[in-house]
Design a protein around this ligand. Sequence first.
Ligand code: CP
Length: 304
Amino acid sequence: MKHLIDIQSISKEDILNIINLAREFKNGAKKSDVAQKTLALMFYENSTRTRCSFEIAAKKLQMNVINFDTLHSSMSKGESLKDTMENLYFLGVNAVVIRHGYSGIINNVLSQVKYPMIFINGGDGTHEHPTQALLDFYTMLEKTGGIENKKVAIIGDVLHSRVAKSNIHLLSKFNADIHLCAPAYLQFENTEAFNVKYHSDIKSAVEGANIVMALRVQNERHETDGYPDSSEYKRLYEIDTDLLKRYAAKDVILMHPGPANRNIEVSSEILDNKLGTTILEQAQNGVYVRMAVLNTLLKERKEV
Ligand code: CP
């Protein structure tokens, strides 16, 4: 692994190596191999969990961190992303985490930048969010022991969700039984491209599920006004304690990448009870998984 662009193109072995290393960082058994290297965080879309956990991860690894100010950089004077990256490289930046609304931004930058910077996808458009899927997998393993043949129900706005796509790629590699549930207007268009089962009825999707993953309704990506209002969505697709108690497996875990729309895709009540705590543990595990990603990618790289 030279970069982390997506889950689709990395191997099971790469994934397991990151998970094992994350576990060592969490247990305090592993020290940083990348102290004094420099990470830039370039977030062109808003973020709490991904940006802060990368910053905390880098600081735990004794790295230097630059929070690149996307609003006030010289890109506002017309400088290209390629020129920006190449200047950052010569300033001493070893790796960059990019979050951007454009799907495929990392491959685009990689094809232009001539110097050996390391690029990490922090979520690009509706394409992928690989570190989210890795921290989700870490949390699933921690909570369930293994996901082979476990029923994972992913509920919500799968059409716009980079989290869903990264998770589907990862869960497929580890032979989970993947079920998607979304209203017709929020489903993938090319359904046959993914080895999943579709449900329009949330009860059948959740029936016997070991893991239920709620997705955020991404109002900002709904370009047309053809979407039903949120009260209709809530009526048909909101996940609450009663639904999980009646239909899911007894030891079901509830996950959500965050940020959650309370009382739209998940009830406020479930977020604040015991089932909701896994969602905060996901965020916490993000620190250790991102430490593992940074350590793995930056370990062998020479200084500028
Ligand atoms: N899950 C996730 O990517 O959250 P943020 O947008 O807060 O980073």
